[in-house]
Design a protein around this ligand. Structure first.
Ligand SMILES: [Zn+2]
Length: 274
């Protein structure tokens, strides 16, 4: 499943490919059955509009248009966005094409169809309903050691579940939660409320470091994430605990353990993480 670094990688690739500034010449909708219906009549309003900017918020991609509207995209479980050259035939599961005025085609593909593509107009305060209630971005100043310490007081849920809770901080997915807790030396099962302020600070820094490294490496390919040009993310080679059950810890050599928290596979070192 694409997580925050993968979505940021896609946004960065679209910026590098100079999609901003291009006009959308033609829109093709091939499938309307996504998480929310992909309404052809609505999407066709994109024709003739210019893409002003490409942003990311949590795991949403935002294409800001010169009409003031925003095309909100979410990759769901298996969604990908890619840029095809002019006249490239669509593949299976290519549900939405935005043909740009230079001929390239921005394609949204999603075999399992948990993704989302909707057109939204921000309200007078610039807010979009889907994004208004989102917690702080992990790489923003709002996500600090003090913030994590404050919101975790009295919380009994395991710290891993806590940092993956999108109401606390957005975009810390399963792989990055395991890796961040390893880096910070914190046992994933520890109740969140037991974290001292210095350990909260260490965890916030670890989350930032891990996510930044993953973004720099172009994300992590575990199953079917691919960047805009079809390339694979390189961060998978930097994983220290995730997916390494029974293998030696890179710090102390003890075998990495696997457990299940909140229904998700969780990996940690019993020696380094307390
Ligand atoms: Zn260790």
């Amino acid at each position: 499943m694409p997580e925050l670094p993968e979505v940021e990688t896609v946004a960065a690739a679209l910026r590098r490919a100079r999609v901003a500034g291009k006009k959308i010449r033609r829109v093709v909708v091939r499938c309307e059955k996504l998480r929310q219906p992909l309404v052809a009549a609505e999407m066709e309003k994109l024709a003739g509009r210019k893409v002003d900017a490409i942003r990311r918020r949590a795991k949403y991609l935002l294409l800001e248009l010169d009409s003031g509207q925003v095309l909100l995209l979410h990759l769901g479980m298996t969604g990908t966005l890619r840029l095809d050259e002019q006249d490239t035939a669509p593949g299976r599961h290519d549900h939405l094409d935005l043909e740009l005025d230079d001929g390239r085609i921005l394609r949204f593909r999603d075999p399992r169809r948990f993704g989302l593509a909707v057109l939204r107009r921000p309200d007078e305060n610039g807010r979009i309903a889907e994004l208004a209630a989102l917690a702080p971005e992990p790489l923003s100043d709002a996500f600090s050691g003090d913030y994590l310490h404050r919101i975790s007081r009295g919380r009994k849920s395991p710290v891993k579940n806590f940092i993956m809770d999108q109401r606390r901080v957005v975009g810390v997915g399963n792989i990055y939660a395991s890796e961040s807790l390893f880096r910070a030396g914190i046992r994933p099962t520890l109740p969140a409320g037991k974290l001292s302020r210095p350990r909260c600070q260490r965890l916030v820094e670890a989350i930032r470091d891990i996510l930044s490294a993953a973004i720099a490496a172009g994300g992590t390919t575990i199953s079917d994430f691919h960047g805009v040009d079809g390339s694979e993310g390189a961060f998978v080679r930097a994983l220290k605990v995730y997916g390494r059950e029974g293998k030696p810890c890179p710090e102390c050599g003890r075998p990495i353990r696997k457990t299940v928290l909140g229904g998700r596979s969780t990996f940690y070192c019993p020696g380094c993480q307390r």
